[in-house]
Design a protein around this ligand. Structure first.
Ligand code: NCD
Length: 299
């Protein structure tokens, strides 16, 4: 399974020689229509460490700025015969639309408020390595649930793996129908954190907000920012996670974020490279066995 394969790549990445030739002759294009540090860099490193050729395109520096449509950009890149496209797009469904226009594999690097599957996979790996399992754990996802693709992908994956998921946030930032995804909903941090094994904090995604969702940053931090006082309601060995980028003093207190005994944040980033190597490995194997060169496979 993918997480087991990722474990293998964690070891490869910790070794002195990090490179293999698995993807030699393969081309990966990172096409990012939104800013990214962790996701883009880790996909680039993943592709390079597997011996592939990696090209990075950011919307800011491309013909998208000259008015080219998403579909035309996709067709243009497709004509260059890449094996894998990693795409991040501000619209929910934007990556799926693009994947229907190309005949290489497409990996969703985050689409709007919809999904961010490789983030959920790396989170699952980070949890499993520390706790030894996912089954039976209680995971609280806290903050801006409404705008978070990380949250949605984590709900699906954690439920599939047998964890119990809670979401905690102010009513303005929790969709009314979220319980249909199989989560318990809380609007009070201390109540929601009771007996949790994992506390996953989310950034307040102001770039996706039109209008005001919280009265003030100060008040938001007071009620929903994770500090040692609120964390004390979770299990004594509860671990803290954050997908990054963090806004210290908004959703998380610096002392908690930097607590080396409790914080998994650094490990999440490390696991991101390994998980993405596992995704590229599996995906290109599928391509090799199921399809003619550059034919048909999608993810
Ligand atoms: C997240 C994203 O882009 O969805 N970041 C990430 O990929 N590590 C979360 C966020 O932007 O807050």
């Amino acid at each position: 399974m993918l997480l087991d394969l990722a474990e293998y790549y964690v070891e490869q990445n910790r070794a002195r020689d990090k490179k293999s030739a698995l993807l030699r002759g393969r081309t990966i294009i990172n096409l990012f229509f939104e800013n990214s540090t962790r996701t883009r860099t880790s996909f680039e490193l993943a592709g390079k460490r597997l011996g592939g050729d990696v090209v990075n395109i950011s919307a800011e520096a491309s013909s998208i700025k000259k008015g080219e449509t998403l579909i035309d950009t996709a067709m243009t890149l497709n004509a260059m015969l890449p094996d894998v496209l990693v795409v991040r797009h501000p619209d929910s469904g934007g990556v799926k639309l693009l994947s229907e226009k190309v005949n290489c594999a497409v990996i969703n690097g985050g689409d709007g408020t919809h999904e961010h599957p490789t983030q959920a996979l790396l989170d699952a790996l980070a949890i499993r390595r520390r706790k030894g399992r996912l089954q039976g754990l209680t995971v609280a996802i806290c903050g801006d649930i409404l705008h978070s693709r990380v949250c949605r992908s984590n709900i699906h994956l954690l439920n599939t793996m047998g964890a119990r998921v809670r979401v905690i946030g102010p009513p303005t930032l929790v969709p009314e129908t979220i319980d249909r995804l199989g989560v318990e909903v809380f609007h009070d941090m201390k109540a929601g954190l009771r007996n949790c094994d994992i506390v996953m904090m989310l950034r307040l995604q102001t770039e996706r907000m039109q209008g005001s969702f919280v009265p003030s940053i100060r008040e938001y931090f007071h009620f929903f920012g994770l500090d040692h006082d609120k964390l004390a309601c979770a299990k004594p060995d509860a671990l803290i996670m954050h997908p990054g980028p963090m806004n210290r003093g908004v959703e998380i207190d610096s002392e908690v974020a930097d607590d080396i005994d409790r914080s998994l944040i650094r490990e999440q980033v490390e696991m991101g490279v390994a998980v993405r190597m596992a995704c590229l490995d599996l995906l290109t194997r599928t391509l090799a066995s199921n399809a003619p060169p550059n034919g048909g496979a999608r993810a």
